[in-house]
Design a protein around this ligand. Structure first.
Ligand SMILES: [Zn+2]
Length: 111
């Protein structure tokens, strides 16, 4: 089962690479390729590593190849986070920009 997942991961990577290279010429085919990659990941119950998950839009399947396909904003109104917006369907995804860390221990209450 593990080997199968490894194989699936390789395949998904390959398909995403393909989708990215073909996207400028044939965006429909690229979307189809991304959908296929997502389906493979689902079927094999594979959780895609972060660097792969941030390469395409989950909603419409457009591979994020460059500034014409997505925009990035850093927002800090609450916790600092990065907003990636798909320019095709308008879907937004948020990623926290800062790693959670708690080096300083909580102050203890003085009663
Ligand atoms: Zn989209």
């Amino acid at each position: 089962m593990r080997e199968e997942r490894q194989r699936a991961l390789k395949l998904v990577k390959k398909i995403l690479d393909f989708a990215e290279t073909i996207h400028p010429e044939d965006s429909e085919k690229a979307v189809e390729a991304v959908r296929l990659a997502m389906r493979i990941a689902q079927k094999t119950r594979l959780r895609l590593p972060t660097y792969l998950r941030r390469r395409f839009c989950r909603k419409c399947g457009t591979p994020w190849t460059g500034p014409s396909t997505f925009s990035v904003r850093v927002r800090g109104n609450r916790a600092t986070h990065v907003v990636i917006r798909c320019k095709k369907c308008g879907h937004t995804r948020r990623f926290y920009a800062l790693k959670k860390r708690r080096k300083t221990p909580k102050p203890t209450k003085l009663t």
